[in-house]
Structure formats: structure tokens, C-alpha cells
Write a protein that binds this ligand. Structure first.
Ligand SMILES: [Zn+2]
Length: 116
């Protein structure tokens, strides 16, 4: 079955904390995202939320080992927002149609079986 993978951005936040690398205070940005695998029947999203902290001033990703306590605090706050935007399992209408057809086929079969 054909499967495509997409990345959904759940939440981004520019934060005012100082960058641990360049000490700039207006370049840090959190990005929370979730991966989604899509087939013709359903969209399945990864349970895990990917999180990135990137500094637009020095163009560096900031890894959690370098986060300060203040950044951690802002991170926890934004992670909660990201989690409320989390995407669950989505079933596409095509699956309902297939289920409906299956029910009709079974019901018709049962009808003819007990007709005589
Ligand atoms: Zn920086």
C-alpha cells in the first residue's frame, strides 16, 4: 500500500530568552512537530512530538544539553500548548464506505440464506 509521510507543525514560539551560543535575545524559536503517515484508508500520526530549538541569530540548533533553566521553563509551557494541538488517528471516509459495503454484502447474504 502506498504510504506518504508528512510533518505537521503543531506549534512554534519565538522566545525572548538569551541564546546559549550567541547570547542574542531575539533569535530563539521553538518548533513542535508531529509526523504523519498516510495511506488510502487512514492517517496515522506518530505519538511522539518532535521538538526543536533554533536560533535565527546565529543559525544554530540549540540542543537540550545547552538549555538554561529559563529555556526549560519556557519549553515546558510551550510543550503543553503543542500537546493540545496534537493530532490523533484520522480515519478517512473511504474506510467507512468499505465497512458499509461489507455490512451490505453480509446483510444481503444473510437475507438470501434465510429466505427459504
Ligand atoms: Zn544564537
Amino acid at each position: 500500500m502506498k504510504m506518504t509521510t508528512k510533518t505537521h507543525t503543531l506549534h512554534t514560539a519565538r522566545i525572548k530568552n538569551n541564546c546559549p551560543t550567541c547570547f542574542g535575545s531575539d533569535g530563539l524559536e521553538f518548533t513542535f512537530s508531529q509526523e504523519e503517515k498516510e495511506t488510502i484508508f487512514q492517517k496515522k500520526t506518530a505519538k511522539q512530538i518532535d521538538e526543536k530549538l533554533y536560533c535565527h541569530t546565529c543559525k544554530n540548533p540549540i540542543y537540550p544539553v545547552n538549555w538554561t533553566e529559563d529555556i526549560e521553563r519556557v519549553y515546558r509551557y510551550n510543550k503543553k500548548i503543542a500537546e493540545t494541538n496534537r493530532i490523533g488517528l484520522k480515519i478517512k471516509p473511504l474506510l467507512y464506505i468499505v465497512i458499509l459495503l461489507a455490512i451490505i454484502v453480509v446483510a444481503t447474504g444473510v437475507y438470501f440464506l434465510f429466505r427459504h
